[in-house]
Design a protein. Structure first.
Length: 164
């Protein structure tokens, strides 16, 4: 009996005493995932999508006017992920928010500007922000500037290129 107890303690120490998942136990929640996709403009604006998650994995997909075309996988540090997520956090809506021509959040809009589409996924929750940078440019300047520079936290400038 004592040997069985010692073996149980040793197993617990080696596995970190993680609870065993049994039938009906939900799997652990997926870490926060953020997809940041830029939109086209009249000119040579970089068009790309980057998806990162709290586990440290990232995918960049260059579409137009980027140094890297197609999908590229990359790793990021927890500090990079936290800086990127933190830069976007104050603009994360609960549900969906559109700042597009024709929506109440837009008002006057300049033409031919780029935009950004951001999706946060966490557990079963999805939040979505879609912003056109031509909407009320003076009123929204602080938000637009913050959204534009947020990808700098990810060290993907080499994939985006000189256009950004």
């Amino acid at each position: 009996m004592r040997m069985l107890f010692s073996a149980a303690i040793a197993a617990c120490v080696l596995t970190g005493c993680a609870p065993m998942a049994g039938p009906g136990t939900p799997p652990p929640a997926a870490p926060l995932s953020i997809t940041y996709k830029t939109g086209a403009c009249f000119g040579a604006c970089p068009v790309y999508s980057v998806t990162v998650d709290g586990s440290g994995s990232g995918t960049f997909e260059g579409e137009r006017f980027t140094s890297s075309a197609g999908k590229q996988s990359f790793a990021l540090t927890p500090a990079q992920f936290d800086a990127f997520a933190g830069a976007l956090a104050r603009f994360r809506p609960r549900g969906e928010k559109l700042v597009q021509p024709g929506t109440p959040a837009c008002g006057m809009a300049a033409t031919d500007m780029p935009g950004v589409d951001i999706v946060w996924r966490e557990g079963g929750r999805t939040d979505h922000l879609n912003v056109y940078f031509g909407c009320d440019m003076e009123k929204n300047r602080a938000m637009f500037d913050a959204l534009r520079v947020a990808p700098n936290a990810l060290a993907i400038q080499g994939l985006i290129g000189a256009h950004s």
